[in-house]
Design a protein around this ligand. Sequence first.
Ligand code: PLP
Length: 364
Amino acid sequence: MTRTLPARSPVVEALAAAGRLPAFVYDLSELDAHVRSVRAALRGVELYYAVKANPDPELLRVLARHVDGFEVASGGELAHVRGLHPETPVAMGGPGKTDAEIHSEVTRLHVESPGELRRLLASGRAADVLLRVNLDVPVEGASLAMGGGATPFGMDPPSVAECVDLIRAQDAVRLRGIHAHLASGLEAPAMLDLAAAVVEYARGLGVAEINLGGGMAVSYAEPGRCFDWETYGRGLAELRRPGETFRIEPGRSLTVYCGRYVTRVIDVKRVHGELFAVVAGGTHHIRTPATKGHNQPVAGGEPGEPVTIVGQLCTPKDVLARRVPMRLERGDVVEFAMAGAYAWNISHHDFLMHPRPGFHYLGE
Ligand SMILES: *Cc1c(COP(=O)(O)O)cnc(C)c1O
């Protein structure tokens, strides 16, 4: 599946003219169309959105039309989602849940350890749980591995067996199935291999509800490429037996494309032969290139001598994109694409006490 990068939008010119940069610009119509196509490819697999990728209320409003539920990873996210969409089903996961979080009323609670389950059982509360499993399966090629080895996420099979015994000995807590979020950054064929291993494991336990997690690949190097939802949806449909519920909970691959971070060049300089453009703002607004070590893709622009685009922070880590073959001068507007997930909400906003960017929404 390929996507075309939309050209610079008229709103960007307007924001620049009004001196309102840096800013995030979210295209809600693009989000709506993208999630609609993902949904269609899924052929009956339930779709939850992982709120931690971007909890922006406008994005959640569009997503709520298409998803079966939201996946939250904290009491804060739960309160946020409940306040906005009280009727939408919620699954709660995450290691290190507090007692208050374990006791929240949610559609599904993803149990991460026998200790967590014991605390839930001790409360005597009813709950519908999925056990989060960390299977010993290969996750080569993943950009992040949450499973396939020793990590703090989920449980190995002996701990899962311990939980199954604890649950069978009582009836307040109901075992609905298993949850697995093993890796992120895998393409559809590798995701289907993981899914097959997880499903086989679930069948061995005798449970029929299987949450396969998120982590669908997104390519910042090739922004026009998109996870092959058709192949993935078809593969899951072939794997699923009657009576089984499959669910996925992607974050990044749903919202990343709809966001742009737009800013302006403050200075251009040559240092020891290399060209730098310093833009307003930086990685305290969009930490994504610093955490992932990639070049944030730049939309539009005219070809020119390679230039490294950095922010205003006094640290060599404040690099947004290295050696971009693009002509830049003081005052030029720079538009970073793929800024709709793990961008503003994972960034260290208060560093250097800069003003916050504006937020603007297109479409709808
Ligand atoms: C972060 C996370 C997701 C979403 O991952 P993406 O890479 O954004 O798709 C889904 N499930 C769990 C348990 C997570 O921690």
